[in-house]
Write a protein that binds this ligand. Sequence first.
Ligand SMILES: NC(=O)c1ccc[n+]([C@@H]2O[C@H](COP(=O)([O-])OP(=O)(O)OC[C@H]3O[C@@H](n4cnc5c(N)ncnc54)[C@H](O)[C@@H]3O)[C@@H](O)[C@H]2O)c1
Ligand SMILES: O=C[C@H](O)CS(=O)(=O)O
Length: 484
Amino acid sequence: MELKHPELLKTDAYINGEWINAVNDKRFEVTNPYNGEVLAQLADCGAAETELAIEKAEAAFEVWKAQSAGKRAKILRKWYDLIITHANDLALILTLEQGKPLAEAKGEILYGASFVEWFSEEARRVYGDTIPAHMANARITTVKQPIGVVAAITPWNFPNAMITRKVAPALAAGCTVVIKPAAQTPLSALALMQLAQEAGFPPGVVNVVMGTDSRAIGGVMTASKAVRKLSFTGSTAVGKTLMRQSADTVKKLSLELGGNAPFIVFDDADLEKAVEGALLAKYRNAGQTCVCANRIFVQEGIYDAFVNRFSEAVAALPVGNGTEPGTVIGPLINTQAVSEMDAMVQEAVGAGAKTTTGGAKGEGCFYPPTVLAHADKHMRVYKEEIFGPIAPIFKFGTEAEVIALANDTEYGLASYFYGRDYARLWRVAEALEYGMVGINTGAISTTVAPFGGIKESGFGREGSKYGMNEFLEIKYMCWGEIDS
Ligand SMILES: NC(=O)c1ccc[n+]([C@@H]2O[C@H](COP(=O)([O-])OP(=O)(O)OC[C@H]3O[C@@H](n4cnc5c(N)ncnc54)[C@H](O)[C@@H]3O)[C@@H](O)[C@H]2O)c1
Ligand SMILES: O=C[C@H](O)CS(=O)(=O)O
């Protein structure tokens, strides 16, 4: 791996400002999904290392929370500057371990960095209140205080941004953090720790433990009384497990879970813009994105025109090695994902769907971008999160019909629709049961807006002016006997 800053390639856990091997010397491999090449052998951490990291984070909390907001802001800003300086190296590490094309990886690095920049600024704006008291001789104030040690568990699909989106607000609030990245993509997390160390975060403020036994690591995190907050991004199934495990210590939770986004195209939509938006919303990271369009609903008047135009554009998407310029679709994370895609496609085709492009396994971790016309609500692609490059297209008649279809899911993360009748745009935006709605756009993810879902897509918001609230407790103070 040719890096300008070779120190970014780390393979040991980062605990209390030191790089440490697993206590039992166990290592695990991280491979490149494009060609199966072993990129590195990493410390295979478990319960012992997690307990140590939590202990050090708890000790560091006393120091970090006592820093001024300005001091925390300065170190976060320095971290941001270092991430930007080394963005190309971070993007290469990300592409090699996760597979997404370099241009997308660079975009993720800049997106991830934007959370560090945003919360380096928000750090100085944790305001309290003075409230007119209920008694003449009393005064009422509130202050916001950091909740304490935070455990962060993150997925493989955005191995940089899903970390900074949690860790930046937590650190800005004065919390300390223990991160467990996905075992498939830990190199991005460790590279961020190298830069955090260079930025001057005191030992123990931010830590990373990685390993193949996620249950062991998560089990320690959820059982620990020292961990006052768990912030999880991943599947709904695992989110539910962690929620159950956290009940015994009544942890504050943020859950960013799975999605099943509808992408609705009304007859009056600009067809070209709708196709462009659908391509963007569907095929980011080869469809391995929580907010990807999962079900494309097209009104009957333009159904055939949309299917033809969209299929043509999908068939032309360049597929290949993420490090090659021009690649738009890289490999999936592993061959199991490829098999899962193929099973969903074959089930849909067996039930009457028609592939207009793609529809058969590629080599290794590749599955071609696939379009399924004449999909219906009885198929897996309607009910389940696809999390891959398959675009099922459903036909609908009326506004009421498509709202019912769009909301017919236990998920509630992202949703999208294209149209031009402004009265209808308002009605549909208000009727969709989702945390986020894209209206005439397929790209909604930004640090300035509250990112998160409802129903079984989780709760809590990341980014925006709301993001720090996840890591703060409001304390109310009632000052009596003022007139004595
Ligand atoms: N809402 C969002 O912001 C968002 C963002 C990215 C991904 N996701 C979702 O994540 C899923 C894909 O990511 P994934 O495959 O990494 O999800 P996953 O739930 O399998 O794993 C997520 C993380 O949890 C860990 N984990 C798994 N089982 C665990 C356990 N029992 N205890 C502790 N940790 C455990 C994994 O090692 C990984 O670090 C999709 O459902 C996607 O929608 C959601
Ligand atoms: O997988 C979903 C992540 O949240 C990525 S993004 O925030 O939509 O870019």
